[in-house]
Write a protein that binds this ligand. Structure first.
Ligand code: TYM
Length: 362
């Protein structure tokens, strides 16, 4: 229904979003590209609390890119089901995450911001991707091994998770997938599945590229800088949350684990704690970690500057979040708008996929 109700400006087969601009303009009056704006897709799970790794590694870049690309961002609640969840908690987390994303600067009118389970094409194409992926390929996924080791109950969904993730990306003819470094293997699998499907059934999917930020692609835990900051690890002191109060942020940086030397230099192998602080400071101030290191001779001032820069970065997000979370009807309206825009594109892809596979039209 949605597809016929909306008029598209782009190529009809690609299911371009109605707001998609036809050309990307470069710097300077004479530079422009004759190809459409890049389609960007990325997702985030509504589990745990949004932390600084999510923000610096992914969300902040999304907010900037939405103005230069045709951006689609998804709260992947179906992925969250791979580990059993309390329904009330999942509902609350989805609303909170939506509020954080909008507070961070994602504009539901500019980009497409939606919830995965409201667009049923994700599960449909997810199955087709499960039938395209090899068992051995999924078994090699590092995140599956990590999570399965820690889970009390290892669901089949946890194993096939990357096939659903591939479907998320491929449904939207995605050119670029901006993610943190931990998602690299999953995006490589999505590429492999797109190529395999195209070879078997004829050209169907755009083969996506992953885009990893130059700094803070892997923000590490402040208490154990050899492991990444994560929603699922039990390290409250090592994880800076986007909604942490300034005093809490200060305390976490003050207690950050460094090393027994007293030399500030950027050396992620030998000095992971210090390198992590420098990366965070660089990401928060648009600097370069190695150059920033030259300004410091002691760890104390580095930690204090890190905390100050992060507090300044998060302050406007927290203020806007407080307004949004008090207004659930706006969040619900944003979700409805996002689902409509996303489905307009996803339905076109699914019709094409069904046809390629020899399934009857619906
Ligand atoms: P999730 O929810 O774990 O993380 C969301 C985004 O945050 C990035 N990230 C980090 N970046 C830097 N340092 C860290 N410590 C850190 N921790 C997380 C992640 O790389 C991610 O970009 N499987 C995905 C969600 C997903 C998805 C997709 C992503 C589902 N379908 C399709 C892209 C495209 C996940 O669990 O992200």
């Amino acid at each position: 229904m949605l597809i016929t109700a909306l008029s598209f400006t782009g190529h009809p087969e690609r299911g371009h979003l109605p707001h998609r601009l036809p050309f990307r303009f470069g710097a300077g009056p004479t530079r422009f590209y004759s190809r459409p704006m890049a389609r960007v897709f990325s997702g985030i799970q509504p589990t745990g609390e949004v932390h600084l790794g999510n923000y610096l590694g992914a969300i902040r870049g999304w907010t900037v890119n939405q103005h230069h690309s045709d951006a689609i961002h998804c709260i992947v609640d179906l992925h969250a089901l791979t580990i059993p969840k309390d329904p009330a908690e999942l509902r609350a987390k989805t609303g909170e995450l939506m509020a954080v994303l909008v507070a961070a600067g994602l504009d539901p009118e500019v980009c497409t911001l939606f919830c995965q389970s409201q667009v049923h094409e994700h599960t449909e194409l997810g199955w087709m991707m499960e039938c395209t992926a090899a068992f051995g390929e999924l078994r090699r996924m590092v995140q599956f091994k990590d999570k399965a080791e820690r889970a009390d109950f290892v669901s089949a969904g946890l194993f096939t998770y990357p096939a659903l993730q591939a479907a998320d990306v491929l449904l939207y003819d995605t050119d670029e997938v901006p993610v943190g470094d931990d998602q690299r293997q999953h995006i490589e699998l999505a590429r492999d599945l797109a190529i395999r499907f195209n070879n078997r059934y004829g050209d169907t999917f755009v083969v996506p590229e992953h885009v990893i930020p130059p700094v803070a692609a892997r923000v590490m835990d402040l208490q154990d800088p050899t492991r990444k900051m994560s929603k699922s690890l039990d390290s409250p002191q090592g994880t800076v949350l986007v909604l942490d109060e300034p005093k809490v942020v200060e305390k976490k940086f003050k207690r950050a684990v460094t090393d027994s030397e007293n030399e500030v230099r950027y050396d992620p192998e030998a000095k992971p704690g210090v390198a992590n602080l420098l990366s965070i400071l660089a990401a928060a101030t648009d600097g370069d970690p190695a150059t920033l290191a030259e300004k410091y001779t002691q760890y104390g001032p580095l930690k204090a500057d890190c905390a100050a820069a992060v507090i300044e970065l998060l302050e406007p997000v927290q203020e806007r979040y407080a307004e949004l979370i008090a207004d659930p009807s706006t969040t619900a309206a944003h979700l409805r708008l996002g689902a409509e825009k996303a489905q307009a594109v996803a339905a076109v892809t699914m019709a094409k996929v069904r046809d390629r596979l020899g399934l009857p039209a619906v």
